[in-house]
Design a protein around this ligand. Structure first.
Ligand code: NAD
Ligand code: ZN
Length: 346
């Protein structure tokens, strides 16, 4: 079978690998239907994730068809179409019982990291019963691709940790796939306003399509404060600020934008240290949260999709055949030029 692998810093390579075989009774083998590329795959390419070995099949998002299940798998059988969770959960350890699947004692972020991932013609899924979800009848599978990772990320790490509540004002810094997913989920809680900040005009246009109240072009804290002056009259800033970029400039921007008594929910993965102005934030009663996605909200998100309450179709911008996956990496990696958000690879 063909698999897209990490070939050292800056390089991916399609190679022939043996089709995976069941090794444990809780596993399933899936035939890939479609997959996508994540900002985290790019972090691996940039050499920021040293735990990924050369030759590892990348990818932790996708949809597949069950080919074979181990003796302990109860929920799935050959032929079932399934959504793959980006985080592997045993469902029984003390962390999984608290819905902290990312901290699972034998799971966590494994696919496309410590195990071969989803950017291959066949996938070996650990803990199949707790990491796969049935595809709802009649669902638009292309739009469902974002339910593996970025939609639960936007909800769990942005909206829920940021405590979006009815009527509150939400600033989202970063209108990439993750920030846009956070905006889609924030609307489930009827905030009073969702205001985006990004340096990329195309992405701010998409933010308007997914429900932004207002969009501002800004690339640092000073500029962000200047362009959004009108939001500072009441609580001196926003109730909830979601960081969906992962660079020091935008973490500073969040500290500038957060209002008195407000929350900063940091979603972005920071590869470096960032400045925290605790002297300015302490008297303003600021709460800061951060986490890796757990993915425990996927079943709830699928129910909301079935009820017609979530439209993620604007997040998928490009389509590729699996044979073109290296080209997909090139297009996704040059998103500012190519206007790519999430890419569908099938
Ligand atoms: P992305 O790179 O596609 O989007 C980032 C956006 O930030 C872009 O639109 C870019 O124009 C904007 N930006 C960059 N620098 C800026 C600046 N100085 N000022 C204003 N805007 C700026 O990334 P994404 O895929 O949307 O992911 C966002 C972050 O979330 C990444 O760090 C990713 O690794 C992280 N992430 C976290 C989790 C988690 O579990 N916490 C899960 C998935 C992704
Ligand atoms: Zn566990």
């Amino acid at each position: 079978m063909k698999a897209l692998t990490f070939d050292g810093v800056g390089k991916v390579k399609v190679v022939d690998k043996d089709k995976p075989k069941l090794e444990l009774p809780n596993q399933a083998v899936l035939k890939l239907v479609r997959t996508t590329i994540c900002g985290s795959d790019l972090h691996i390419l940039q050499g920021h994730v040293p735990t990924v070995e050369q030759g590892r099949t990348l990818g932790h998002e996708g949809i597949g068809v069950v080919e074979e299940v181990g003796a302990e798998v109860k929920n799935f059988k050959k032929g079932d179409r399934v959504l793959i969770a980006c985080i592997t959960s045993c469902a029984t350890c003390s962390f999984c019982k608290k819905s902290l699947y990312d901290a699972c004692k034998t799971g966590g972020w494994r696919l496309g990291h410590l195990h071969d991932g989803t950017q291959a013609e066949y996938i070996l899924m650990p803990y199949a019963d707790s990491c796969l979800y049935p595809i709802p009848e009649g669902a638009d599978e292309r739009s469902l691709l974002v339910y593996s990772d970025i939609l639960p990320t936007g909800l769990e790490v942005g909206v829920l940790r940021g405590h979006v509540t009815p009527g509150c004002t939400v600033a989202i810094v970063g209108a990439g796939p993750v920030g846009l997913a956070a905006a889609i989920c924030a609307q489930l809680y009827s905030p009073g306003a969702i205001v985006f900040f990004d340096k990329d005009e195309f992405r701010l246009e998409v933010a308007k399509k997914v429900g932004a109240t207002e969009c501002y072009k800004a690339s640092d804290a000073k500029e962000a404060r200047e362009v959004s002056k009108k939001w500072f009259s009441d609580k001196d800033g926003f109730d909830v600020v979601i960081e969906a970029v992962g660079v020091p400039e935008t973490f500073l921007m969040c500290q500038e934008l957060v209002g008195i008594g407000g929350n900063i929910a940091n979603v972005g993965v920071h590869g470096t240290k960032v400045d925290l102005h605790i002297d300015k934030l302490w008297p303003r009663s600021t709460t800061i949260s951060m986490a890796l996605v757990s993915s425990h909200t996927i079943p709830m998100l699928l129910d909301l999709m079935k009820a017609g309450k979530l439209d993620t179709s604007p997040l998928i911008t490009h389509d590729f055949k699996f044979d073109e996956i290296e080209k997909a990496y090139d297009v996704f990696g040059r998103a500012a030029e190519t206007k790519a958000l999430k890419v569908n690879i099938e």
